[in-house]
Design a protein. Structure first.
Length: 275
């Protein structure tokens, strides 16, 4: 059985991943900013669960969480970078503070977690890093561009990390879920910047309205998503990218088609710069 280290484990997809791992007999070091939230999420106190307070923006807390996990279980096999939140607002409407706060959690929080956990995986010469991104990190949209940018950053980190860790026997997968019924669009997981610039009503307005109306109506089942994520940790050759949901597959396919059409149309310009 494996030992999992999961950030943002108290609710949403992180909680479902934790439940799935425990249900398969694995042990889980479940972290969140408030350890009491984890304990409330798992009132049955399942065997193999170690709940630890760790804010991903506080490196010393992550180090302490890793140390507590190693003291309890002796190893860490699967690292799930799940902690994060969404941000709605046109690019120009979004304040500098809102953008920096988002990246502190969604990007730098992942880097902090990796610095805390990778020494263990490297020393073991085994393990699997699962970075929970979004289909919005592959194909973003108006009104969610900065959230998408944070997940685009995670794509780049994951691609590079894949090449860096593969020779050490450590796998890396970035998960690209579509809409999941996790409560993500509720107030606890998404922040909304005021629609302050009328010119963006046409471009960003429809997405704002759709997000506001779509909470609880997303097509994806988080329990099935958690099972799919657990399944790939058991694969001999897991994928670098894993899309989850019909909407995720459709958006990725549409983006690939668009990139191919643009490349073909402008190929002569691209090649004209060659020596």
């Amino acid at each position: 059985m494996s030992v999992w280290f999961v950030t943002g484990a108290s609710r949403g997809l992180g909680a479902e991943i934790t439940r799935e791992a425990l249900g398969r007999g694995h042990s889980v070091i479940a972290t969140a900013r408030d350890v009491s939230a984890i304990l409330r999420a798992y009132p049955e106190k399942p065997a193999g669960l170690l709940a630890v307070t760790a804010d991903v923006t506080e490196p010393e807390q992550l180090t302490a969480a890793v140390e507590a996990g190693l003291a309890e279980f002796g190893r860490i096999d699967i690292v799930v970078n799940n902690a994060g939140y969404g941000l709605v607002g046109a690019i120009e409407e979004t304040s500098d503070k809102a953008a920096r706060d988002l990246f502190d959690v969604n990007v730098f929080g992942v880097l902090n977690t990796l610095r805390a956990t990778l020494p263990t995986l490297r020393s073991q010469r085994s393990g699997h890093v699962l970075n929970i991104g979004s289909v919005g990190g592959f194909a973003t949209a108006p009104a969610v561009g900065l959230y998408g940018a944070s997940k685009f950053a995670l794509e780049g980190i994951s691609e590079a990390l894949h090449g860096e860790l593969a020779p050490l026997g450590v796998h890396v997968t970035i998960v690209e879920p579509g809409g999941l019924r996790t409560g993500f669009l509720g107030g606890s997981s998404i922040r909304v910047e005021p629609a302050s610039i009328v010119d963006y009503t046409a471009g960003a307005g429809p997405v704002r309205e759709a997000l506001a109306l779509n909470d609880g109506r997303q097509p994806g089942d988080p329990v099935k998503a958690a099972a799919a994520i657990a399944d790939i940790t058991e694969a001999t050759e897991p994928p670098l990218r894993l899309q989850l949901g019909t909407d995720a597959v459709e958006r990725v396919e549409a983006k690939l088609d668009l990139v191919r059409r643009e490349l073909d149309r402008w190929r002569h310009v691209a090649l004209s710069t060659a020596v």
